[in-house]
Design a protein around this ligand. Structure first.
Ligand SMILES: [Zn+2]
Length: 227
């Protein structure tokens, strides 16, 4: 899959991903990005080759796409080994999972009692995903066409990968595959693209901080619930 992607995980994240030392929630986000990004996939291949050369048992091999898929599937399986996978696979309404990264679909299927949408405001839904770690809330966010999320600051780090459609904020427009990182002090108000709904994968290490004076009324925003 290839399209114009302008925002990528930084190199240190790819290095950690390649080494298998990246945190679970971030591994999920990076692997979702890799699904869309040829550039980072080939960078990862170089890193993997470099890594295997550094190992004493390095064996020359013609690494191809299918091998990468196998490696990624293994990573996904390792993550999911700790996830309780019972419960029916009810996917979010109106979604076409085949267009989503493999790792995301696995999480949707594996989330206990299935991943389901719940409403955060009139234009935004959330479906939390079970990942078996407790540092980040990993979730899908669905923003309706032209819909606005509340303007907010961050108390922790927020990683976002656009899976479907596009969104924009004060800085730029983001389309499928784009990888965003927001830190404390980055205030933004994401808005869905005008033509279609936008679905993002996100990992949040602490609740967002609403900048509206009425923010305290919006209780669902004030906590994160890693599963
Ligand atoms: Zn990339």
């Amino acid at each position: 899959m290839s399209n114009q992607i302008n925002f990528h995980p930084d190199r240190s994240m790819l290095v950690e991903f390649s080494a298998g030392t990246l945190e679970t929630a971030l591994t999920i986000c990076v692997s979702a990005h890799l699904h869309f990004c040829d550039q980072c996939r080939s960078e990862l291949l170089s890193l993997d080759q470099l890594g295997s050369q550094l190992m004493s048992d390095a064996k020359p091999s013609d690494i191809d796409e299918s091998l990468l898929d196998t490696v990624m599937a293994k990573i996904d399986e390792a993550e999911l080994a700790q996830v309780n996978s019972k419960g029916s696979a009810r996917v979010p309404v109106n979604e076409k999972p085949s267009s989503f990264p493999f790792s995301v679909n696995k999480l949707i299927e594996s989330t206990e009692h299935s991943a389901t949408w719940s409403r955060l405001n009139s234009s935004l839904d959330i479906a939390r995903l079970k990942t078996g770690q407790d540092k980040f809330e990993v979730a899908l966010h669905r923003l309706c066409a032209g819909g606005k999320a509340p303007k907010h600051d961050h108390q922790g780090i927020e990683y976002t990968v656009v899976l479907k459609g596009s969104l924009s904020d004060e800085r730029s427009v983001y389309s499928e595959g784009d990888f965003l990182v927001r830190q404390p002090g980055d205030i933004h108000q994401p808005m869905g693209g005008q033509n279609s709904e936008c679905i993002c994968l996100s990992a949040l290490s602490a609740p967002i901080k609403l900048t509206s004076p009425l923010g305290f009324l919006m209780k669902p925003w004030l906590q994160i619930r890693p599963m």
